[in-house]
Unconditional design. Structure first.
Length: 186
């Protein structure tokens, strides 16, 4: 199998790692002596969550919620569908929603509102990436790894047509470009 070579790398593995170490320190400091539960939004946040939680020294719990709003599109389709419900009790606990990216605000706005129904003490948001765009739903991330312009990105958990999540870096997809080695439907 050929190795994928990407030219439009926005954030290297080292840059991502260093920023996550900083974020973990800030989160752990803010939640010291709290009953913290991280709720990761599937699938894009999995790599981010794994690297984030490995840096914690205090006990915490985590769970997953599955939602979809993109399908195979490069933009949100405007409807959020619940695909997997959380299985952990968050009543009275501090919840930190972990996601790969904040862009339109639809998904994270929906997830935050949905989790409020379970009676947590607080719900805050942590994202690896925040697009500098006008939000459809006003959502504020409490912890942000990197701010990016309005470009389509992939790698490090983010996909293009459900592929490339495994890449250790984040790359930008130019308009009309297909990632190297991608199979184009004819």
């Amino acid at each position: 199998m050929n190795k994928i070579e990407i030219e439009n790398v926005l954030f290297s593995p080292e840059e991502i790692r260093d920023r996550i170490v900083q974020m973990t320190g800030a989160i752990e400091n803010d939640y010291r002596h709290q009953d913290l539960v991280l709720v990761a939004v599937l699938k894009g946040s999995v790599l981010f969550l794994a690297d984030l939680v490995r840096g914690f020294s205090c006990p915490l719990a985590f769970d997953f919620i599955g939602v979809s709003s993109y399908g195979y599109s490069r933009t949100s389709l405007g409807v959020v569908n619940l695909e997997k419900e959380i299985s952990i009790n968050i009543r009275g606990k501090d919840v930190l929603v972990v996601d790969d990216i904040l862009d339109s605000g639809r998904t994270l706005g929906w997830v935050k509102e949905h989790l409020q129904k379970f009676g947590p003490r607080s719900v805050k948001i942590c994202v690896l990436l925040e697009k500098e765009v006008e939000r459809v739903i006003e959502v504020k991330a409490d912890y942000v790894g990197f701010k990016i312009p309005n470009v389509f990105i992939y790698g490090y958990g983010l996909d293009y047509r459900d592929r490339y999540r495994h890449l250790p870096y984040i790359a930008k997809l130019e308009e009309g470009e297909v990632p190297p080695g991608d199979i184009v439907d004819e």
